[in-house]
Design a protein around this ligand. Structure first.
Ligand code: IMP
Ligand code: MG
Length: 175
C-alpha cells in the first residue's frame, strides 16, 4: 500500500495557516475571547495549529456532527452528535472546518449556531471543493481550493484512515 500522493505539502499548509492566523488576529483585534468551534473529528489538527498561531485571546470548543449515508455520498441530512459545552450568546464565534464539499455541513452549522445569538459568526475552512458544492455557503477565511478529488491527511480521513498524515494527499484508486 503506497502513501497518498502529496497534493498540498506540510510546508505549504503551515505557511497558509500562519497567514490565516495573522488575518484573523487582526480582524478580531480587541475581541476579548474568540470562541473557536472545531467540528470533530476532521478539524482537530487544523484547529490545533491555527489556534496556537493566533495572537488574540481565544478559547476552543467542539461539536460533533454526522452526515447520513456512506463516506463519499451524502444527501444533505446532518445530525448533531455532540453539542458545545458553553453558551455562545453574545460571543464572537469562528467555526473551524477541515473541508467544504457539498456545503451541507457548514450551512447546517451556521443555521444551528445563529439561533443562539452569537455577537458574530464566521467560518474558517482549510479546503474547499467548489465543483462539488450544492448549497451556497459563507466561507470567511479559506486555506485552499482543490479539484473534485478525495483528499486525506491533516485531519481528513478515508474511512478513518490517514487522518494523522502531516500533509494533504490524494488516495490513488486501488489503495
Ligand atoms: P459537506 O459535503 O460539505 O457537508 O462535507 C461533509 C463532510 O464530508 C466533511 O466535513 C468531511 O468530513 C467529509 N468530506 C468531504 N470531502 C472529503 C474529502 O475529500 N476527504 C475527506 N473527507 C471529506
Ligand atoms: Mg468534517
Amino acid at each position: 500500500m503506497s502513501d497518498p500522493k502529496v497534493l498540498i505539502s506540510e510546508q505549504t499548509i503551515a505557511a497558509k495557516i500562519s497567514e490565516l492566523a495573522q488575518t484573523i488576529s487582526s480582524d478580531y483585534a480587541g475581541v476579548e475571547d474568540l470562541v473557536m468551534v472545531g467540528v470533530l473529528k476532521g478539524s482537530f489538527i487544523f484547529l490545533a495549529d491555527l489556534s496556537r498561531r493566533l495572537t488574540i485571546p481565544r478559547s476552543v470548543d467542539f461539536m460533533a456532527l454526522s452526515t447520513y449515508g456512506n463516506a463519499t455520498q451524502t444527501d444533505g441530512a446532518v445530525r448533531m452528535i455532540m453539542d458545545l459545552r458553553r453558551n455562545i450568546a453574545g460571543r464572537h464565534v469562528l467555526i473551524v472546518e477541515d473541508i467544504v464539499d457539498t456545503g451541507y455541513t457548514i450551512s447546517y452549522l451556521l443555521r444551528a449556531l445563529a439561533t443562539r445569538h452569537p455577537a458574530s459568526l464566521k467560518t474558517c475552512v482549510l479546503v474547499h471543493k467548489p465543483d462539488r458544492r450544492k448549497v451556497p455557503v459563507q466561507i470567511d477565511y479559506l486555506g485552499f481550493e482543490i479539484p473534485d478529488v478525495w483528499v486525506v491527511g491533516f485531519g481528513l480521513d478515508w474511512s478513518e484512515r490517514y487522518r494523522t498524515l502531516p500533509y494533504i494527499g490524494v488516495v490513488e484508486p486501488g489503495d
